[in-house]
Design a protein around this ligand. Sequence first.
Ligand code: ATP
Ligand code: MG
Length: 239
Amino acid sequence: MNSELKRICKTLRLAYVADIVDTIPFENPEQYLESLLHRELQLREEAKAERLIKKARFLSKKTLFQWSEQVRFPPHIDAKELCELHFINQHENVILTGSPGTGKTLLATGLGRKACQNGYEVRFYRVSDLVDTLERVWKEGKLQQFRNKFKKVDLIILDEMGYIPFSKDGAELLFQLISDWYEQKSLIITSNLEFSQWNRIFVDSRLTAALVDRVIHHAHILSFTGDSYRVTHALSRQK
Ligand SMILES: Nc1ncnc2c1ncn2[C@@H]1O[C@H](COP(=O)(O)OP(=O)(O)OP(=O)(O)O)[C@@H](O)[C@H]1O
Ligand SMILES: [Mg+2]
C-alpha cells in the first residue's frame, strides 16, 4: 500500500486497514468496503479483549470454551443464563462454594475471560493477595488511591475466600472494599467454606454477618459437589 494511503488510515485511526487491504476479496466496491471495515472492527474488538484480559491478571489461561466442553454443571444451575453474563449488568454476584478441586477457580476464570471478551473491565485476585495489598497501601497512606482503581471495573473475582484467615485489620479493609462495591459492581467469589463458616476467616462475627449479608443479597450461589478433578486426574495417570 502506498504511503499516502497509510497516512490517511493513520489520521482516521484505522489501525488495521493498511495491513489487511490486500487480503479482503473484492466483488464490488460496496461489498469490499463493508468487508474491510467489518474486519477492522473485528480486529479492534479482539485487541481490546486481549488488553482487558491482560489487565484482569488471571492466574490461569484456561477459557470457558475449553472448560464448558468437559464440565458438569451442578444440576440446578442454568449454565446458559450464567454464561450470558447478565449478572454483570445487574450488579449481581456469583458465589462458588465447594470442596477443593471441583472446578470453582476454573469457572470463575472462564466467566471472567468471557466478560473481557464482551468488553467488561475485570480484575482477578486471590483473596489473600488482595488483603496483603490492602494492608500495604493502607500503611503507605495510599488506600484511597487503590480504591479509586476500581472505579471503571465491572467485575471483580475474589478467589479462595477463607483458605487463609486474615488479621483484624485485613478483615476490616476487605470489608470496607466489598461495602464500596455493594450494588455497584459484580463479584465472583470462590470459597471452600459454607457461609456458616465464614466467621472462621473474619474472626469478628458481626463483620462476617454484615459481609455475608451484602455479598449474598443479589447472588447466584452455586455449590460444587463431587470429587476433586485433581485427584481423579492423578489416579487416572497412575493406572
Ligand atoms: N469440569 C472439569 N473437567 C475437567 N477438569 C476440570 C474440571 N473442573 C476443574 N478441572 C480441573 O481440575 C483442577 C482443579 O480445578 P479448580 O482449580 O478450578 O478447582 P477449585 O474448585 O478452585 O479448587 P480449590 O478449592 O482447591 O481452589 C484444574 O486443573 C482444572 O483445570
Ligand atoms: Mg481454586
